[in-house]
Design a protein around this ligand. Sequence first.
Ligand SMILES: [Zn+2]
Ligand SMILES: [Zn+2]
Length: 138
Amino acid sequence: MNLSGLWRNKKKRNILLMILLLIVWAVVIYVQFFSYNTPPEGALRVVMCYQCKEKYPETIKDIGDSSDPRCFCKKCGGRLGYAHKCEECQYEYPINPQLSIPPPEKPQKTMGKFEYVLEMQKCPNCGSTKTGPISIKK
Ligand SMILES: [Zn+2]
Ligand SMILES: [Zn+2]
């Protein structure tokens, strides 16, 4: 069957449209979920020191880049992470994907990524996932 014949068949066309919509919907959900915790690289982020808990805004390109002096604390020279805050217990803590948790064995698998992001979101103080990056405006 050729493509134009397929499009003239109403039932098949509807099924095709449904599949297309599902794909678009899945992509939108995927992009929204993963863009939530990963603002564009080089953005001004609130960073926090692992050692002295100093917190300040800094333009970070890659927080895991140990050759970039901006990835180290201005005050004590310790490693920095993105500052996160738990809504449940108000605990503030740094997250550095390079230091926190080793990456999943199969990062290409969507579910593996999903679980990895969830694990990263957990508050180290109370285990709640109601956490988020501290924004500049607050
Ligand atoms: Zn420090
Ligand atoms: Zn907490």
